[in-house]
Design a protein. Structure first.
Length: 190
């Protein structure tokens, strides 16, 4: 009985920390367990590890980017080191995910913890520098309503600490690559 309780505690700790894999291949390739691994690109040590969000950090559930929306999302454009990109809550940079296809989100579960979707209650609003005609929404697997721009589902990066941060630019994570979004609805250049 003690071994069973110990095993359950270890499993719970691994799941809570975002470390589900136990073999060397899983440790070297941080792809979410629910994602197919054969299509996932190989990762290098210089890339961010999937889902590694420190409790109390900006990406923790108390962060405004992970809280349930209380009204329409507002998307603005702001100047960053990448040029003008889209921003959401608190001026945080928003990203697109290359694994998303046909305007649908491929980022769920552990992926959505590391890359919180931009959620809205009602139609999203276009702020300064944003083309309202490119804004839209989609229904997520979890039932939430996610903001899209030029048919790209939008996400925040949990490791961005403040407005203007673009640390998610070019990150290879969860079987795709992440890019800040320009006001034209395209990938920002490196």
């Amino acid at each position: 009985m003690r071994k069973l309780l110990y095993a359950g505690a270890v499993l719970a700790a691994l799941l809570a920390s975002g470390c589900g894999g136990t073999d060397e291949k899983d440790a070297a390739n941080p792809v979410a367990a629910d994602e197919p691994t054969e299509s996932a690109p190989e990762t290098t040590p210089s890339e961010y590890a999937s889902g590694m969000v420190t409790p109390g950090a900006t990406g923790a559930p108390t962060s405004p980017v992970q809280q349930a929306p209380t009204g329409p999302a507002r998307i603005d454009a702001a100047n960053t080191s990448l040029g003008s990109v889209l921003t959401g809550v608190d001026g945080r940079t928003v990203y697109l995910f290359t694994a998303d296809k046909n305007g649908q989100s491929a980022c769920n579960a552990a992926c959505a913890a590391a890359w919180p979707p931009v959620l809205t209650m009602g139609a999203p609003q276009a702020g300064a520098g944003v083309k309202g005609a490119l804004l839209g929404t989609l229904k997520r697997q979890d039932g939430g309503t996610q903001v899209t721009y030029n048919r790209h589902p939008l996400y925040y990066f949990a490791k961005d600490q403040k407005a203007g941060d673009v640390t998610g630019q070019g990150v290879k994570d969860f079987g795709g690559e992440w890019f800040a979004v320009t006001p034209e609805g395209k990938k920002a250049k490196h």
